[in-house]
Design a protein around this ligand. Structure first.
Ligand code: ATP
Ligand code: MG
Length: 416
């Protein structure tokens, strides 16, 4: 990808109307564009990050048998009437211009829609268990959308739903999802804390959140760093400074966290509402037991930038970096500089390495280095008259200070 062809660009100044670190860095770096409060576009570089995160999520969902599908964003009122969630205040109601009353709500979750679908296909215990997921935009009328990608009115979510013959089997799968979630967040460069939380609008029992410690967090949890006991403050009987009730040894910290994922044991709430029954081994009818499991992709991206940055910009973990290498042609753009930088770009690309190539002719060295730090790709390569003389390139990792000179072939070998 040639930087000269990229329609977006970076900005030196913080956006005026943003307070959160992730929004400032991601807007300045040209990853996202704020269309309205809590409504963002992903620009080409930012969309690459979302694609990396979705690839990781897909791999881990497929590995636990999740079947990918896509449901509508327009959800008709009849669905919410059945579950009793039409009046939940979080939705955006939708009506045609000529209509008096809204007949739809923009989907803010999809238990209702999927349970209805499944009820047309499932009839016997032999059809169970199974799980299906989608990666899709959700819409919630968030009153406090001031945290950039962490809290959108429109945001991309992965939502997985599972269907079982018994609570026991649901909790078996719930545990598998827990494992998959731990892998996903780790692969994205985040340390997640498995936290017991309240059920809210969704469920009969406690739920579990995956929380990431950050001063930008809007949640608070109590955490024992000795045994990893963690509870959301909303439900915890304990406070910071208390002895851990689990291991009886550690002292609880009260910390700010970002909720990146949430899993819900739903029981039979939705299968009852949609009459989703199956015939069990004894020939008797019973309601299907369900679970649901969410991850916000934009929130994960925002959290990564909150955790991995310095004064200069983002430091993308390799797994979710939009591209791996930032190649800079530095100095006056003579024909020899252009030629050597082009050769490096083509050879890297041929080796399958993703490169952002700063080939801009009129841009000074200082600005190119500034952009490279702000955009934060894992590896920076510099071609200049100085490096050309030595028949090498200058290599620097975004998370290290030192630079070194290496031959292109050697670089390709270590990167691929
Ligand atoms: P919160 O408590 O932060 O408002 P929630 O508990 O209402 O979120 P869930 O219904 O559990 O959200 O949604 C599942 C996941 O979707 C969350 O763990 C989070 O990663 C993401 N998510 C939820 N709301 C938003 C939002 N407004 N913007 C971005 N991501 C969100
Ligand atoms: Mg939640």
């Amino acid at each position: 990808m040639r930087q000269s062809e990229l329609f977006s660009r970076t900005y030196k100044e913080d956006p005026k109307d943003e307070v959160s670190v992730n929004a400032k860095l991601l807007e300045r770096g040209g990853f996202v564009y704020k269309n309205s409060g809590g409504v963002y576009s992903y620009l080409p570089l930012g969309w690459k990050v979302i694609r990396k995160i979705s690839a990781i999520i897909r791999e881990e969902m497929n590995a636990i048998g999740g079947q990918e599908m896509l449901m509508p964003a327009l959800v008709e009122k009849k669905y919410w009437d059945k579950s009793g969630r039409w009046d939940v205040g979080i939705g955006f109601e939708v009506k045609g211009k000529e209509e008096k009353t809204p007949g739809f709500v923009l989907g803010w979750t999809h238990e209702e829609v999927l349970t209805d679908i499944v009820s047309k296909y499932i009839s016997s215990y032999q059809d169970l268990p199974f799980a299906a997921y989608q990666i899709q935009s959700k819409f919630r009328n968030e009153p406090r959308a001031r945290s950039g990608l962490l809290r959108g009115k429109e945001f991309i979510m992965k939502d997985l739903y599972s269907f079982h013959v018994s609570l026991e089997d649901m909790f078996r799968y719930y545990n598998e999802v827990k494992g998959a979630y731990e892998k996903i967040f780790k692969r994205c460069g985040l340390k997640s804390i498995y936290t017991t939380a309240a059920g809210g609008d969704f469920t009969f029992s406690n739920t579990h959140e995956f929380q990431v410690e950050s001063p930008a967090g809007e949640d608070e949890i109590v955490l024992c760093r000795l045994c990893n006991f963690a509870e959301n403050k909303e439900i915890s009987k304990n406070k910071g400074g208390d002895q851990c009730p689990e291991c009886q040894k550690g002292v609880l910290d009260k910390i700010k966290t970002i909720e990146v994922g949430n899993i819900f044991p739903l029981g039979t709430k939705y299968s009852e509402a949609f009459n989703l029954q199956f015939v069990n081994k004894d020939g008797k009818k019973a309601y299907v037991v369900m679970g649901s499991y969410g991850i916000g992709l934009g929130r994960v991206m925002g959290t990564v930038s909150e955790i991995h940055h310095d004064e200069q910009g983002i430091i993308w973990p390799e797994s979710v970096a939009p591209l791996k290498v930032h190649l800079l042609a530095v100095g006056e753009m003579t024909s020899s500089l252009k030629k050597q930088a082009d050769i490096a770009y083509n050879k890297l690309a041929k080796a399958g390495i993703e490169v952002l190539y700063d080939d801009r002719a009129q841009v000074h060295a200082g600005e190119k280095f500034y952009d490279a730090d702000l955009i934060g790709l894992p590896v920076r390569l510099v071609v200049s008259e100085k490096t050309i003389v030595q028949e090498k390139l200058e290599v620097k990792h975004r998370n290290e200070k030192e630079t070194k000179l290496m031959k292109l072939e050697e670089i390709i070998k270590t990167l691929s």
